[in-house]
Write a protein that binds this ligand. Structure first.
Ligand code: GLY
Ligand code: MN
Ligand code: MN
Length: 434
């Protein structure tokens, strides 16, 4: 995972973080292995905060920062264990290859922590975020307090470090944006192969498999989140991931799939007609969502809040619901009464970065946050009419449409980095045949 961001940039990030913690000490734990069953684990994905600061790829690590020291606690070299689970950089590698000033086995964290906390005014630690560490940190604080009569001062403030770190992660630098563009390009290829397979008789799971195949073949680590391949009514289930059905004539297939490249996510949805032609009411629904997305994209740019983008998309969707005869009345009033949430039940946007639903506050000082250059987010309006929906015409039931793109905020506006994946009806139909 370290191939993505140059070591100098990682060092710059650490320096910026260290400057912001001042005289404090920060503890940033990495991810642990999660057991699937017995001695078999789920595939490991490092915690994004640790990746962001040092790209350390392995489980059970804990990073500790002071103003001028970066200490990594890691799994040490162990020839026996490495035969089973792979080579480890170990304590030596942490210093030589990952920029640590000092490194120790993770097993020593507990005994070393009290020594790191003496005479430190502020501890940056996120209580509850990694519950296994909470008792260790509490005990270390108690231990330091026991020595206060000897003149040692214990931290008198505990502050969540993610306030600083996640604010940093929200603004992407050019190296990160290049990785995110590459993720979007690979996802383009995956969507193209998937679109070609949207034919009656094919299955959702073979389409998912093709997405996986293209993502991996092109050098990504795989999907950034479980791919959604939902045909017919399955498209109306927002986080449908069973992907177990067969595609049928006359259906739409919603494919929400994006790869992760060098730890950066893409998150892209297109809705394709089975057998390659949008027809009847499904075509009308698609056109409405497409219009809502175009209106939202037009609105997006620096200074605009995600809530404003959501309002623009929602207004167009509500007008569409009136055209379809699903809602009746004045669009503004209907919006205020939230009558549309039965058919559009999610927000239009979220931050995107190392995590698909990336970190960063959505409100600042109680107000929706305005977009600024370097932020990356999605625009993903949709309409969903479940098979059991009673408040719409029967012909709408079993239709779900979402169209989702990834946008980078620039000085002048927004760059839609997933725009090469067609979405206009004629372009989608031609692409599915090509
Ligand atoms: N794939 C999850 C989302 O679109 O937010
Ligand atoms: Mn999304
Ligand atoms: Mn998505």
């Amino acid at each position: 995972m370290s191939a993505g961001v140059p070591a100098e940039l990682l060092a710059e990030r650490r320096a910026a973080f260290q400057e912001r913690i001042g005289e404090g000490i920060a503890i940033v734990p990495g991810a642990r292995l999660q057991t699937r069953s017995n001695d078999v684990d789920y595939p490991f994905r490092q915690n994004s905060d640790l990746l962001y600061l040092c790209a350390w790829p392995q489980p059970e690590a804990i990073a500790v920062f002071s103003k001028d020291r970066f200490i990594l606690f890691v799994q040490p070299r162990d020839p026996g264990a490495e035969t089973w689970t792979g080579r480890r950089p170990g304590v030596e590698g942490a210093c030589e290859r990952y920029g640590a000033d000092e490194a120790h086995p993770t097993a020593e964290f507990q005994e070393r922590l009290p020594g790191l906390l003496g005479d430190v005014p502020r501890l940056f630690y996120s209580l509850g975020a990694e519950p296994r560490l909470d008792p260790i940190v509490r005990e270390a604080l108690r231990e330091v307090r026991r020595h206060t009569r000897g003149g040692v001062r214990a931290p008198n403030e505990i502050v969540d470090p993610y306030g600083i770190l996640h604010e940093m992660r929200l603004y992407k630098d050019p190296a990160e944006l290049a990785l995110m563009r590459r993720a979007a390009e690979i996802s383009y290829e995956g969507h193209h192969e998937a679109a070609r397979l949207c034919r009656s008789g094919n299955t959702e799971y073979e389409i998912e498999a093709v997405l996986d195949w293209v993502f991996r073949k092109r050098g990504s680590t795989g999907p950034a989140y479980p791919s959604i391949v939902g045909s017919g009514d399955n498209a109306t289930i927002l986080h449908y991931t069973e992907n177990g059905d067969t595609l049928r004539e006359g259906q739409l297939v919603l494919i929400d799939a994006g790869c992760e490249y060098e730890a950066y996510a893409s998150d892209i949805t297109r809705t394709y007609p089975v057998d390659g032609r949008f027809e009847g009411i499904a075509r009308d629904v698609y056109e409405i969502v497409l219009r809502a997305q175009a209106d939202a994209i037009e609105k997006a740019g620096p200074g605009v809040a995600l809530t404003e983008i959501h309002d623009v998309a929602t207004r167009t969707l509500v007008r569409g619901l009136i055209e379809l005869g699903v809602l009746e009345g004045d669009a503004q009033e209907l919006m205020e009464q939230e009558n549309h949430t039965r058919f559009y039940m999610h927000r239009t946007s979220h931050w995107l970065g190392m995590d698909v639903h990336d970190v960063g506050e959505y409100h600042v000082e109680g107000k929706p946050r305005a977009l600024e250059p370097g932020m990356v987010f999605t625009i993903e309006p949709g309409l969903y009419f479940g098979a059991e929906e009673s408040k719409c015409a029967e012909k709408l039931r079993g239709i779900g449409v979402r169209i989702e793109d990834d946008l980078v905020v620039t000085e002048a506006g927004c760059d839609v980095i997933s725009k090469n994946i067609p979405k206009r009806i004629d372009e989608v139909e031609a692409w599915m045949r090509s």
